[in-house]
Ligand binder design. Structure first.
Ligand SMILES: *Cc1c(COP(=O)(O)O)cnc(C)c1O
Length: 387
């Protein structure tokens, strides 16, 4: 069975992990800061804080930005649930900004009108906006950052799909237009550390706060301790933190994978261009719009069906030949937990339309051309019968 995504592990990756197992520290050791420095350098950010998942990174990013009970966070409904759950973890609530149907990304003008609508109704604005770089293509960050700055709203980039991508010729993760950027290293993402995530920032205080939060709120740094003459064995818990540490085994794998990030993104783009070229003239289906000023990391390749009723037969036809596609995403706001907690399905209009039509085709570096060709042939044959 071919799934929509899959990791690419080579002998160097295996050797890197074995070396830690044989000679290293198993929990957070020297590979963690090495991985952090390498990602920060690659992405032109000042600081990087590695954690055990992007979900954890989103949680401590929200805490570091002061999200608390009574606050709200806005994100899109076309994302993984974690982009929104981070609000609930902090006791805050969540609401959803609509997407641009052409890209699946947060729509800057929808953000602007939602803010205007809230102001007209004298409802409080969110403390944080989480912009998700859907499928690996950056949101319009310059516009989003400007809107948020006008209203004192903090910005987190959920770049779980997008490490290795670029916006305005600069690496995603440089935080030029955000307070914090989050990456995921889950095996389906661009590079993997098995489980893992990272929070990047150019703000040293936010980085220090996130480092505390990932490890129980405990510090050995005398400048942060109440006791100004600590003994060598002293440590202090100065805030309520968590155990969100990445292991050295995971950091070694992530560091090794990082060497191939450009190759991975290139291979993903090659597959995406192949699908683009083969599917351009097929009636009943369209691809997402690719902005010229963005280098897309191509985590996902999504097709939109003109007729939502064609999705199930197409899915079945692909599955019958061994290609297990996925939907990215079922609207977060439509999930039963969200409906119950928020009192209604708050899915915005374009997000609802999008979610009924989207289907993600397999895309990952080792996906052979023969599979790409077979997938295209199945799509053409199926839609030809349906349309
Ligand atoms: C994968 C993903 C996450 C969560 O990543 P984990 O590392 O599995 O916690 C969050 N947001 C988006 C958009 C994702 O795709």
């Amino acid at each position: 069975m071919i799934f929509y995504g899959k990791q690419s592990i080579n002998q160097d990756d295996i050797n890197a992990v074995i070396d830690v197992l044989a000679n290293g520290l198993l929990t957070q050791g020297p590979r963690v800061p090495a991985f952090e420095h390498a990602v920060a350098r690659r992405c032109h950010a000042d600081e990087a804080v590695a954690v055990n998942s992007a979900t954890s990174a989103l949680h401590i990013a929200c805490l570091a930005l002061g999200l608390t009970a009574g606050d709200s966070l806005w994100t899109v409904s076309n994302t993984f649930v974690a982009s929104a759950n981070c609000a609930f973890y902090c006791g805050a609530t969540v609401d959803f900004v609509d997407i641009d149907l052409a890209t699946g990304n947060l729509c800057a003008s929808a953000l602007r009108s939602k803010i205007a609508q809230y102001q007209a109704q004298e409802k409080p604005l969110p403390k944080i906006v989480v912009a998700v770089h859907f499928a690996g293509q950056s949101c319009a960050m310059a516009e989003i950052a400007e809107i948020c700055r006008e209203h004192g709203i903090k910005v987190i980039e959920d770049a779980s799909h997008a490490i290795g991508g670029e916006y305005q010729g600069q690496p995603i993760g440089n935080c030029q237009y955000s307070d914090i950027t989050i990456f995921s290293f889950h095996p389906v993402k661009i590079i993997t550390s098995a489980e893992g995530g990272m929070a990047l920032t150019n703000n040293a205080e936010l980085a220090q706060q996130m480092r505390l939060l990932r490890s129980h709120g405990i510090t050995k740094d005398p400048s942060l301790m109440a006791n100004q003459q600590p003994m060598p064995w002293d440590y202090e818990q100065v805030t309520l933190g968590y155990n969100y540490r990445l292991t050295d085994l995971q950091a070694a794998l992530g560091l090794s994978q990082l060497h191939r990030i450009d190759e991975f993104v290139e291979q993903r783009n090659t597959i995406a261009r192949y699908y683009d070229s083969q599917l351009a003239d097929v009636t009943g289906i369209s691809a997402l719009h690719q902005h010229r000023h963005c280098r897309n990391a191509c985590h996902l390749y999504v097709v939109l069906l003109d007729n939502p009723a064609h999705r199930k037969p197409l899915f079945d036809a692909l599955l019958a030949q061994g290609y297990h596609c996925q939907v990215h995403y079922i609207s977060v706001a439509s999930q039963p937990y969200f409906v119950e907690r928020l009192g209604a399905d708050l899915t915005p209009e374009n997000s609802r339309i999008y979610s009924a039509r989207a289907l993600s085709l397999p895309i990952y570096p080792e996906l052979a051309l023969e599979h790409q060709q077979a997938i295209v042939a199945i799509i053409k044959a199926t839609l030809c019968n349906l349309c």
